[in-house]
Ligand binder design. Structure first.
Ligand code: KG4
Ligand code: ZN
Length: 345
């Protein structure tokens, strides 16, 4: 019989989230509830996430968010088979809040506890949304991470590439900040870019043609700053053109890097019936990045799996789902499992 359901708690950055994920009788994962409270407004005035504010907001919100997820799922605590919480990587204050909440509930109900790596949550999301079979390739692009991962199985991740400086989401956020657009910057840059001319400013395509599968975005960010300084004072049209130029350059870079990764993927795992590249992380919401990935996938006979936007950004369902897979594999964690602010996958 299918196991679960599992409660997942996510508090590693600026979203307080909880969700319950189980399986249907046929074994397909099912999201019974998913509640996400974003702290965007608490941090807006500061132009970024303030760790102390985030931790306090998690403390205030987490009980209500967990209760809401349990009520919406209709399981209550009684109906759960386990509890999962993100214990890293992320901001230590928030991690402690989520981990302590999960451990306390698990101890009170004598349920197994799962100490989840946030990146594993993102990496397994294509199995939650699209039942993708192992192995598959993942591009994780968020505010803190830019990685190409070969997911061979649960807990078996091979990192093929990463950023040597800024994460892609971070580059979007810094570009937005320097152009006076606010935080988080990704959606604001994308919106401004829609009315911009990507060809007006000549910006670099970082790492293009490099053999290794890494990314770099800080040079592009610097080029945007220099172009912005040269064009100052900036009109709305200038800002739109800079955003469009930045986004096009970032998308070109991603297309080149992913094209090379897909070449290796097709060569090394040549017998896959259904080769898949899945995208995860908040930047997956970006239309230009998605188009670049689509183009790269078409060129290599690979299927692109792009989860719904609500499951690309941080959420509790991906943590509950990672816990469910761990429950089924018998990979339990003790209550002594520490929070790990730095925890590579
Ligand atoms: O995965 P996520 O919700 O949180 C973590 O960083 O773990 O990703 C947030 C990042 C932010 O940098 C945000 O600016 C970026 O995703 N983002 C976008 C878009 N929506 C969110 N970047 C580009 N275009 C978007 N539409
Ligand atoms: Zn994330």
């Amino acid at each position: 019989a299918p196991k679960g359901p599992v409660l997942g708690i996510e508090t590693s950055c600026d979203e307080t989230a909880a969700a319950v994920v189980g399986r249907t009788a046929s074994g397909a994962p099912v999201i019974l509830s998913s509640v996400v409270l974003s702290q965007t407004e608490e941090h807006a005035a500061f132009g970024g996430v303030v760790p102390e504010i985030a931790a306090r907001a998690h403390v205030e919100a987490v009980d209500g968010i967990v209760k809401a997820a349990l009520t919406e799922a209709g399981t209550g605590l009684e109906g759960l088979a386990g509890i999962a919480a993100t214990v890293g990587p992320g901001l230590v204050g928030g991690l402690i809040v989520g981990a302590m909440t999960g451990k306390a509930l698990a101890a009170a109900r004598k349920l197994p506890f799962f100490a989840i790596n946030h990146l594993e949550g993102h990496a397994l999301t294509p199995r939650l949304t699209d039942a993708v079979a192992y192995p598959y390739l993942v591009l994780l692009v968020s505010g803190g991470h830019t990685q190409i991962l070969l997911v061979r199985g649960l807990g078996r991740y091979e990192r093929w590439g990463t950023t040597i400086d800024d994460a892609l989401g971070e580059a979007f956020d810094k570009t937005a900040k320097m152009l006076g657009l606010g935080h988080p910057g990704g959606p604001l840059v994308e919106r401004a870019a829609a009315s911009g001319d990507a060809g007006r400013f000549h910006l670099p395509r970082p790492m293009r043609g490099e053999k290794r599968l890494d990314f770099s975005f800080s040079g592009l960010k610097t080029a945007v700053r220099q172009a912005a300084n040269a064009a100052a004072p900036l009109s709305d049209q200038d800002v739109a053109d800079l955003c469009a130029g930045f986004q096009a350059a970032a998308a070109d870079s991603v297309r080149d890097r992913i094209g090379r990764a897909l070449e290796r993927y097709r060569a090394e795992l040549s017998d896959l019936a259904d080769p898949v590249l899945a995208v995860a992380g908040g930047v997956a919401a970006n239309g230009a990045i998605r188009a670049a990935l689509n183009a790269a996938c078409q060129g290599h006979g690979v299927r692109l799996v792009a989860p719904p936007l609500s499951l690309c950004g941080d959420n509790g369902a991906m943590i509950a789902h990672a816990g469910l897979e761990r429950l089924e594999a018998g990979l339990f964690d003790g209550f002594e499992a520490p929070v790990r602010p730095r925890w590579p996958l």
